[in-house]
Design a protein around this ligand. Sequence first.
Ligand SMILES: Cc1ncc(COP(=O)(O)O)c(C=O)c1O
Length: 390
Amino acid sequence: MAIRQSDKKYLAGSEEALPLEIKNSKGSYIYDINDKMYIDFLSGWCVGNVGWGNNVLKKAIQEYEGPAYVYPGLSYKPWEDLAQLLAEISPGKLSKSFRTTGGSESVDTALQIAMAYTGRKRFLSLENSYHGNIISSLSIGSSETVDKVNNHLQGCDRVGLPLDEKTLKKIETSLKKKTVAAFIMEPVICNMGVVIPENKFMQDLERLCRKYGTLMIIDEVATGFGRTGKLFASEHFGIEPDIMCISKAITGGYAGLGATVTTEKIEKAVRDKVNIYSTYGWHPLSVHVALTNIRHLKKNNILENVNYLSNIFSEALSSMKFKSKEEIRIIGLAIAVDLGDSRYAEKIRKKCLKEGLLLGIQEKSIVLFPALNMEEKTAREGLGILEKCL
Ligand SMILES: Cc1ncc(COP(=O)(O)O)c(C=O)c1O
């Protein structure tokens, strides 16, 4: 409890920490200060996709011999290497990377690019979405959060769920005015309890954006790097975003790094209009880890394991007797059980934590984001704990 008391004294922030004081983590397990072991079904909210303390990443860090730091105004070959690798793996024509430190900055960069490219100032997003914690990303997030912050971007409009024909009509009405610089969404909405759009919705959305000159920003900060069974969730829908935001699992949790990836055409057009760089954007050690991590993800059969495990989770969750269950939403290892009751979801999380299982909640759902390389035995053990806690 020592940390939690000093939390209040020196650490700012409104959310109270969960009663788990972490000492270490390894693979799919977290250890608290009393060496109690927890199975991790959260992965730091889509960060630890290759498991904690992954040997490949650990070794890369231990053996790193590059510069301590590189001033953003200099050249550095590994920056080019990482940008090239991202161009190779990104959907469609995305091939130019802006260097950022994390998710929110990647989103902010995307908004700046869209404004500069289109000469427009408005944005359209999904009601209740989450794209980060800085003024710009809060402005395109849920209205409730925006209302709490007085100073935010002007001209941010939202459309609500469901993602259907009616909503597309509302989107078209807004885009028709040709004042919207960009539409932004997560391709699979992890931050709304794993909402999975239909192919047709995403393809029609892309068509509408193209028709009215609005850029399509896809926020893959949570979904990127294998979470949904593809390297990027956009691939499920065959869409070609104009701008993609990435971060989180790009380094497997070992270092902070993000990127905003856009097309050559857009980058060329905004090159002299925006001046985006940040002091710690693409720190050399983070770049080294990201390169190692992406090559590791590509080389090994980690994505195959995602689909195998996904079936195990799907079957096990379907057979569990939840007191209330509206829907199970699962794609790869982005998993939500919508219980239709936030108090029940919170109760389950608390009970699971006591029994040694860490999972997440999102409004009325429990959400699970296990490591992509989790062993089947561990997955079944964690599912067993969950079932016991219902
Ligand atoms: C979809 C999405 N976008 C952006 C962010 C913000 O990322 P960061 O916390 O690295 O700024 C998050 C963080 O949870 C996220 O899930």
